[in-house]
Design a protein around this ligand. Sequence first.
Ligand SMILES: NC(=O)C1=CN([C@@H]2O[C@H](COP(=O)(O)OP(=O)(O)OC[C@H]3O[C@@H](n4cnc5c(N)ncnc54)[C@H](O)[C@@H]3O)[C@@H](O)[C@H]2O)[C@@H](O)CC1
Ligand SMILES: [K+]
Length: 492
Amino acid sequence: MRRAHTVETVRAAEGALMARLPDGALMARAAATLAVVCARTLPRVYGARVVLLVGSGDNGGDALYAGADLARRGARVSALLAGSKTHEGGLAALRAAGGRAWRPDEEPERADREIGAADLVVDGLVGIGGRGGLRPPHARLAVSAREAGAPVVAVDLPSGVDADTGRVEGEAVRADTTVCFGTGKPGLFVDPGAGHAGRVVLADIGLGPDLPEPVLEAFDDGDVASLLPGPGRDDDKYRRGVLGVAAGSEAYPGAAVLCTGGALRTGTGMVRYLGAEPVASRVLDRWPEAVVGRADPGARVAAWVIGPGRGTDGPAAEELRGVFASGVPVLADADALTLVAREEADPSGREAPTLLTPHAGELARLLGADRADVEARRLEHVGRAAERFGCTVLLKGSTTLVATPGRPVAAATAGTPLLATAGSGDVLAGIAGSLLAAGLPAHEAAVCAAQVHGRAAVEARQGAAISATDLWDGIPRAVAGLGEDNDQRRRR
Ligand SMILES: NC(=O)C1=CN([C@@H]2O[C@H](COP(=O)(O)OP(=O)(O)OC[C@H]3O[C@@H](n4cnc5c(N)ncnc54)[C@H](O)[C@@H]3O)[C@@H](O)[C@H]2O)[C@@H](O)CC1
Ligand SMILES: [K+]
């Protein structure tokens, strides 16, 4: 699992470490790893054309020292000095190694040409000292780098991405690889920043002992595989968990079928679908293995999923209050979230695990915030919702975030735009509900479900457009794929 810290904590940790080390030692460590990654990106270092985009801070310094290393190994290195000043030591090292340096604001077309002809572009415009959208000439260089065919390696984070939030105002560099120093930055794992970072490589510069708890943890397939419950030899269907599904209504029967399918395909012991006819029969027609019964918040289940397509009328609100009053884990989605936003039901006093799964619009309503604000600062808003309702909140989107009070926010890294399709959220609710019923804590159930859901979309159609029902087939393949990865890891 990769960890991320805010700029403030990174600066504090760097300060503490630097006080114990000789001057320049930390930057030398950073630049050495950066040079190794750059060299690996090139088919051959000798003779390669490397363009460094250099801003006025230490991020530019890292790029210059790494460029000097590549120049010593025979690369033709050119540094475009975009800032009002330049890291002196780095510039001297580059020149001593035979690299060139010049100012692109004086000859912008020449800069475009040089970037266009490069074998590798290194983005050292701004790092954690960046504030707001990129200013000229940085912005123009970011665009040229994006349009050039060469791979782009970003230093610490892609310039133009806000390190703490992932926000992008205006232009930003699009990297193929980001080499981040000491620890991840949240903006590398939260969209839109995550979409600019490419592959994230962590360079250990010895910051570990000086770092506090992270603000964010990014979960990949291996992390999720080790958390997923497998069916044990002695398990029967009750031990694997009975999930109560209170979803769907006459107007929206599909939600009931989709959610039940999501749960069954994840491997839940048994689904009890609780709702009226004709929806119950529709569920049974598609999933004969489900057990159906009338709506009953007192039904004996290990966990509940409530809300998708269920409606927001008086009986729906009463049912939700009844389910919240039960002592078992509850996942509330869709219409249930509307009822919570209207204060017709309140999960905040619950002691059993509780998971709310809003998209940005629903989260905005839950917090009385603006949707565009939620989209722009997802990390902050998901954390705020978790505090407000005293439970776990999963914010859907291209990077799914999961917040639980007192814990680092989790990011699931398997998001895909393929999931932006009607009914996909109902399937997610079923997957997460199944994991709650199997006994996973809400935080783990949520992040595992998001990862499985993302992989299921990719598995289902190998990149082609999908509909929500395709996800059913993708789920077992996704779970099996995660397990394989884990087995391989164990064998190594
Ligand atoms: N502090 C340390 O110990 C280490 C720092 N390192 C590097 O140092 C970086 C941080 O260095 P700095 O604090 O000098 O900051 P940066 O190099 O990230 O950027 C600061 C400079 O960029 C300019 N700038 C800010 N926002 C801008 C914008 N939107 N458009 C154009 N210019 C803008 C500022 O005027 C300032 O001159 C890290 O990201 C990392 O790359 C590494 O060398 C590892 C060690
Ligand atoms: K950068």
